[in-house]
Write a protein that binds this ligand. Structure first.
Ligand SMILES: [Zn+2]
Ligand SMILES: [Zn+2]
Length: 260
């Protein structure tokens, strides 16, 4: 399995995109940076988007993706997420006030509705042939799902926006197929109060969380969702406190090769 990082950050800045992972050409996790990173023919292949939650940095490209691909599409765009995520996207964005409600607009080519919303609960697993996606609860200010992405080579876990989260590490400790965890490290430690108020990690809170709750040493950890304004501080701190953690950037790949 080869996950492509289309957007790695927790905010936008010149040449930095917000959270978006391409699992397969038709399947993405979060919609933070689609239009800037994919070619036209690739945009048309996107059929499934799993949202971790409804915050803007994770959903921002849904309106623009459907707007651009609408006239060419043969199949609807399926949007998956916690029921509260789906509710928020529909109520606050795709509501005719901010953007058209595409789930009531039919595709020109097939007559199907353009967007199909699929609410999923924590613990639910959806099967897409060679890939399975399961959600679990993260620890954030609004209902948020982390995801296990399972393939025959093993499983990659994306934490979703989160502060310390026992459920995340329980999924990792108890599942030997998990090879890699991509985890939120948004703020430097001097902003711990802001991280705690907004329920995100700092390098220090991640260190505390894994010291207390992760009991495996064969897991590769990747940091994502760094805030652009404090990028340098977090990079420096991660190097000191957690030198084995790899910091993800736009365009990177997370690859697991061995079959298990
Ligand atoms: Zn975020
Ligand atoms: Zn968030």
């Amino acid at each position: 399995m080869r996950l492509e990082v289309l957007g790695a950050y927790g905010g936008r800045h010149k040449n930095l995109g917000t959270t978006c992972f391409r699992v397969r050409e038709d399947l993405l996790i979060d919609a933070g940076n689609i239009l800037n990173s994919l070619e036209d023919e690739e945009l048309l292949k996107v059929e499934h988007i799993f949202l971790t939650h409804a915050h803007l940095d994770h959903v921002v490209d849904i309106p623009f993706l459907i707007d651009y691909t609408f006239r060419f599409r043969e199949r609807p765009l399926n949007i998956y997420g916690h029921p509260e995520t789906i509710k928020a996207v529909r109520k606050h964005i795709m509501n005719w006030d901010i953007w058209p409600e595409f789930s009531s607009i039919r595709l020109i080519n097939t007559g199907d509705f353009s967007i199909n919303y699929v609410p999923i609960e924590p613990g639910e697993t959806l099967n897409f042939g060679n890939v399975k996606i399961s959600g679990f609860s993260s620890n954030h200010t609004i209902p948020t799902l982390g995801y296990l992405i399972e393939s025959e080579e093993g499983t990659v876990v994306i934490s979703g926006d989160t502060y310390k989260n026992k459920i995340l590490w329980k999924n990792v400790n108890g599942n030997k197929r998990v090879k890699a965890v991509i985890v939120d490290v948004s703020f430097p430690s001097f902003m711990r109060n802001i991280a705690e108020a907004s329920l995100h990690n700092t390098p220090q809170t991640l260190l505390e969380d894994i010291s207390e709750n992760l009991n495996r040493y064969d897991i590769k950890l990747y940091a994502y969702h760094l805030k652009p304004s404090t990028l340098k501080e977090v990079e420096r701190e991660l190097k000191e406190l957690l030198p084995d953690v790899e910091i993800l950037r736009d365009g990177d790949f997370v690859e697991i090769k061995e079959k298990v």
